[in-house]
Design a protein around this ligand. Sequence first.
Ligand SMILES: [Ca+2]
Ligand SMILES: [Ca+2]
Ligand SMILES: [Ca+2]
Length: 465
Amino acid sequence: MQFTKIHAIIIAAIAIVAIAAAAVLLMNNGGNGGEEKEDVSVDAYSSNPVLWIRGNCDGDKDIDADDVRVINAVVKARGSASAYPWCDANNDGKVDSKDADAVQSMINGTAKTLYFKDIDGDVEKFTVRDGVNVVAVNKCQAEDVLMVINKDPKSKIVGGDQQVYKYNNEVALNFGTDASKGQVLVTGTSNGEVQAEVVSTLVKAYGHVEICLGSAGSYGKNLENDFGSNPDVSIVRLPSWEDGTLSGVMTYGYLFGGVQKSSCWDQALRYYDWYMGYYEPIVKEVSKIPASDRPKVLTVYVKDCYPGATNKVLSKTSGDFERSVECGGNNVGEYFGNGYVAFTAEDMAACQKVKGLDKIIVEPSGIYGEGGEQAVIDAVQLGINELKGYVSDSTEIYSLSFMVTAGPGCPVSFVFFAKTFFPDNAAFKDFDTDKAFKEYLDLIGWGDRTDVSKICSYGPGYPTA
Ligand SMILES: [Ca+2]
Ligand SMILES: [Ca+2]
Ligand SMILES: [Ca+2]
């Protein structure tokens, strides 16, 4: 799912940017001093933008004069909001000059209300704030948010669900000076849960909160009922480990950045460049590699690879499956089914017989906190313990921490997958998983931490420590 959708978005965005750039060039050559003209056709519209903010009509990563031109073209052509939803910047069901004005106010930095598409496909309203007080539901959401707010002194994480809380205490997600270890208020008794009274407490303490989470089916199920009409509570459902990590980070950056003003937006742009710096060349190279030359791979958990872990294949819809496929792996996970599927060593032997199996990637939690590095190293041995004698001795077993396979660190996994799947490919020769990991730590504001492992992967071909 992630593969086709994101791929299509990126390709479309690149095409649109190229068209828009050509149009601007034409206009400037026309000798009118760059004065705005309706020289863009409705074809410059994109229905699949990278940045999920209404008003981003050309589908690229930001909002600028090109988007105004697309709106003007759609107005001229009498296009409807249902046909061109991203042009309906003020979300009133029409595309008209008010939308051009709304986008202009976003460009000027004066817009106070934004509309964005959330992970469930709904259009939601966001009130622009001078700094945000985030309740992060799920560890990957916390990392998405940290990626954009870590240089903004006015923004902080003030609450989190059990998963965020657990990671904050056990491996210190490092929420910054205002909400350091232990000060983030836990929002419920289980992962994905956000109790209304906790939100009310936080609103009382901070004035307003922005609750960041995934789909309504899995996270904070009652939030819209409890707080949908409360002006002090913004419910922001964007992708993190799921489909569209890049869009999630970019959209958080735009909303929290106060329409491209604060360091949050600068961070989002830095993230975009970093993400694409790996993603684009990998996707381009992989598109040339025939299926028969792609290794048969599996992404899995094995017993004890993190506390409480059992043998599970991370198959289709896990996100990890899709990302490994994007990077050229012939992931045979569907042999086991969809989602997170329990397996036995016998199942694995049968899979190898039927589908073939070249590389198995065990995903430990590891890399942050005490023992993190050892957890990554040990995961390979745990994989061998489970599977030796059942899969071929030539099947390579690696580990790659799920701290970098899911959430905003996923470009690190792109590098790992590309290098590991195609070790002899010249296009990936300068790629280095640990270097990409270090770049991620610097971007998210964890570059100076001394409790983070220097490695995030381990396995055959990795220099012995
Ligand atoms: Ca643009
Ligand atoms: Ca745009
Ligand atoms: Ca409108």
